[in-house]
Design a protein around this ligand. Sequence first.
Ligand code: FE2
Ligand code: FE2
Length: 475
Amino acid sequence: MILQDEHVSSVATVASSELRYRRLFESAQDGILILDFESGKIVDANPFIAKLIGYACNELLGKELWEIGFIVDKELARKAYEELQSKNYIRYEDLPLQHKKGQIIDVEFVSNVYDVGREKVIQCSIRDVSERKFLAQSVARSELRYRSLFENAQNGIMILDFMSGKIVDANPFILDLLGFSAHELCGKELWEIGSILDKEFALQAFEALQKKNYIRYENLPLRKKYGQLIDVEFIGSVYDVGGEKVIQCDIRDISNQKKLVLYQNLAISNMEDLVNALVAMSEARDPYTAGHQQRVSELSVAIAKELHYSEANLEGLRMSTMLHDIGKFAIPAEILTKPTELTEDEVGLLRSHVVEGYKILKLIHFPWPVAQTVLQHHERLDGSGYPNGLKGDSISDEARIIAVADTVEALTSSRPYRSAVGLDIALKNIQEESDRLFDPKIVAVCLRLFKEKKFRFSPSGLKVSYTVENVRKSL
Ligand SMILES: [Fe+2]
Ligand SMILES: [Fe+2]
């Protein structure tokens, strides 16, 4: 009775184990094939492998592996089978299988020989590694792309070890820039190669980089292998590469850029000297209008700011206004200082100052149309101005601003032949002539400046020399 019970229990255990195995087999997320050891014929195939290669299970059963067509290299399969019979184990990391519809699937293929009772069976475990392989290839491609960028970059790149600061890699550009070979740089600390002038500073910078993950120096001097100094922009950034921290240093040679700024500053200083010399020359001939150009300039620039001129255009207008009456150098002094009314001929001569100014200024290469602005500053909207009787939009914006500012300044200053009229009368004059002689938008801004924003001219006789305020920003 007891024996019978034990037998029943043992049968139940086997049945339960068989069921567990069956469930695992059916639901496995890897392909499993069971082959007969002697013949190599498939005796069982799980749903995963059937689906992976596109066959129904019954299409596989009773067939040899190389008979079905999903093994791409049949000869290799036959040899592998023989090897498996002798060694009881084979493994292919990357074996191509062919789906029933033709596409290739890469699998990891592991076969083991097991003893089941007295019989030997072969179990093949098949794992789809297409995605893993694709990812690995993507990583390799990306690595290749990065390498190519690194090798061909037109900036210096150095990779440093995060902990030690030792140079791990340096691209050809930085090797060429500093004059070292890769062998001379790699494995050394950055401050050890002698390129960084201040070693103490470099050590502190390295510590800061380790803490903040980023440092940037706009203008850092580096020494080349044979002593020559160059200026660079130096950016150090910490990156996480597969859980490991590395430092990338991007180094840009700014020596040429610095030279360019130096030349620009020199050119600007020369321009300032030139403008001041021209202003001094014109005002020396006409003491009554000393400071006139300066004051017209102040008002013109204030109007242009209200009209949201760019920094560059403001500077152009400032220069044009500072020189707008320069042509007076060609007018006889007795006409400029004549205390009585001018004759028609004398008026004609005085008016020629715009053309004389233009002739001088067009010889100088200013970055703005200074000569044209000066030529047009006595043109009026209705065509009644001189020298060309231009109308409306044919007159440049800058010349239209000067027309208003010049009129207000002239009326509020004394002349040899008349005393100054008050500011109220001057403003009334431009208001009355708005839209006929003057641009109404500019007149409106000018009136607002005086009435609401309390704009006032600097006192007459105040000497202000021309300095470039905005050119450096605008170049
Ligand atoms: Fe003028
Ligand atoms: Fe003027």
